[in-house]
Design a protein around this ligand. Structure first.
Ligand code: NAP
Length: 502
């Protein structure tokens, strides 16, 4: 609870009550006068409350001296009542703060001590030793909240937690890299997860990376995650936004699967694969920029991955990680449905781009009988992609664009150009700006956010039929669902399952 007044915190708690099991009152966020009134707060909430007065060096707002902070803690614990629900249930005391009398008073009235360590700059290397040595008595809960600057940091925290299995503790990997530690608290060996009412602008997140409380409870079904929950997720970087958790978690819920799907932003795939092993992850969707880089880490791969050279789906099998590519079928199903066709015979098609997605597209176009021209900014990549199929190729320059004259039944845009959140300073958001649409082309853009890229808008304005990548996204995810679970996608749910805000 980070609002400035106790009254406002109570209002917020009331609004989000059904999503939260406990509250932490961050006294340092309260206005100075309000801080004097904290004693009555627990009895007004109806949930167990943690008393925390976070210093600025630990990421909080308390800038007074330690004496003043200790007096405030004492104020919170004063006149303890025998009905424990009227007292603070927990007192958060930093490991470097030594106040035995306060701790003794807390214990006497059933307030448990959370012995905390915060590092807002990074993740310490020796965390397991720290976790083991922090407790001053056996009934304390150790809390380690450290900032992750990399996937390696998250791995360090996870391993430290595993080494201290059986000990009551709270582990938090603050920041974007560790966002899944907040969902998979159970798997990280953490007693609880901190969350915020982020849509309340006057109650900001108490720490970086916190997930909105409703999202944590509803989208990720946080409360039903247990040791038996199967863990899936999407691996990418920076992975600031993804709609996949919404899609998969909705299907899991509708199907009654004890499974959760989370975002796995990772700056190192080798470190991440260690994390995946520790967390018993069973299936991974792979997105930008790892669809190619992941291949050497696979134990075996499908024919499609071998030919396409890109993998977007990892499934854990008894023989290890199997890599498949569902973009390929997702793409062709989507384009065929859009055109009401069963193959691409006699179709002359231009593919713009020669990256991972383009390779899946070209593989399918070849399989389904099309004649293809591949145009790419870096020409040699277009040539390399075209060679095994004996397709035409060129650059995204005048000469290349001229070649499109003979390959314009269908035009498929496969680059991230024009995608929201990519290259904000890059003005080249239309990769084929020199091409003039006749209005007769069928045009598909693999990008789905925004719904209409500059390229697709131009095509639509010229009178072309256009389709963005959303339908493909859904279709490839349905194939992933089958890979992950071994079950057919429940088609009767299809109209009800959508990707979230992406
Ligand atoms: P990638 O492997 O990084 O490929 C990037 C390709 O785009 C390269 O050919 C690159 O050219 C080209 N490119 C990048 N920026 C460009 C620009 N400003 N102008 C011209 N060309 C540019 O990425 P990817 O995995 O193929 O993904 C590409 C896009 O497809 C992404 O937006 C992704 O979200 C989307 N996608 C959608 C779906 C779906 O289900 N709808 C599935 C997969 C991918 P150079 O070789 O010259 O660098």
């Amino acid at each position: 609870m980070t609002a400035k007044t106790l009254g406002r915190n109570l209002e917020i708690l009331e609004k989000y009550r059904k999503y939260a099991d406990m509250a932490e009152l961050r006294v340092d966020c309260l206005d100075p006068d309000e801080r004097l009134l904290i004693r009555r707060f627990p009895e007004q909430t109806g949930v167990p409350v943690i008393l925390a007065i976070r210093r600025d060096i630990d990421g909080g707002r308390f800038i007074g001296g330690e004496g003043a902070r200790i007096s405030l803690m004492a104020r919170g614990l004063a006149y303890a009542e025998t009905d424990r629900r009227r007292n603070f249930a927990y007192l958060d005391i930093e490991e470097d703060l030594n106040v035995p009398s306060l701790e003794e008073a807390a214990r006497t009235f059933g307030t448990r001590i959370i012995r905390s360590y915060h590092n807002i700059k990074g993740t310490d290397a020796d965390l397991s030793a720290r976790i083991r040595s922090m407790r001053r008595s056996g009934d304390e809960i150790v809390k380690v909240s450290v900032t992750s600057n990399s996937t390696r940091d998250v791995l360090n925290l996870l391993c430290a937690g595993k080494e201290c299995e059986g000990q009551e503790k709270i582990l938090i990997s603050m920041g974007h890299h560790g966002v899944y530690s907040r969902i998979l608290a159970e798997q990280f060996g953490s007693l609880l997860s901190y969350s915020s009412a982020l849509s309340e602008t006057d109650a900001p997140a108490a720490a970086p990376g916190q997930i909105e409380v409703r999202e944590l409870a509803s989208l990720y079904h946080f409360r039903s995650i247990n040791k038996n929950t199967k863990v899936y997720g999407v691996l990418g970087y920076p992975l600031k936004a993804t709609g996949s958790p919404h899609f998969f978690n909705t299907v899991f819920e509708m199907e009654g699967n004890n499974a959760v799907y989370v975002p796995f932003p990772a700056d190192s795939i080798t470190d991440f694969m260690e994390i995946a092993k520790e967390l018993n992850v069973e299936g991974i969707s792979v997105t930008v920029p790892y669809k190619e880089a992941i291949i050497p880490l696979l134990d075996f791969q499908s024919e499609g991955v071998r030919t396409i050279g890109a993998c977007n789906t990892l499934t854990l099998t008894p023989q290890g990680w199997l890599g498949t590519n569902t973009d390929a079928n997702g793409f062709s199903d989507s384009l065929l449905a859009f055109l009401s066709k069963s193959n691409f015979k006699r179709q002359r098609i231009t593919v713009i781009g020669a990256g991972g997605a383009a390779r899946a597209v070209v593989f399918e176009l070849h399989r389904l009988g099309a004649k293809v021209l591949i145009l790419n900014r870096t020409v040699h990549k277009a040539r390399r992609l075209a060679a095994p199929y004996k397709f035409a190729w060129g650059g995204l320059d005048e000469q290349g664009i001229e070649k499109m004259e003979k390959y314009r039944d269908i035009i498929i845009q496969t680059t991230p150009a024009g995608m929201e959140g990519i290259n904000p300073n890059d003005t080249a958001d239309d990769p084929a700006a020199m091409y003039n649409f006749s209005g007769r082309e069928e045009v598909m853009d693999l990008v789905y956010k925004p719904k209409l890229t500059t390229f697709l808008k131009r095509a639509s304005n010229a009178g072309c039929n256009v389709q963005n990548g959303y339908d493909m996204l859904i279709r490839q995810a349905r194939y992933q669902y089958t890979q992950f679970t071994g079950k057919e996608f429940p088609e009767h749910f299809f109209s009800r399952v959508q990707f979230g805000e992406i």
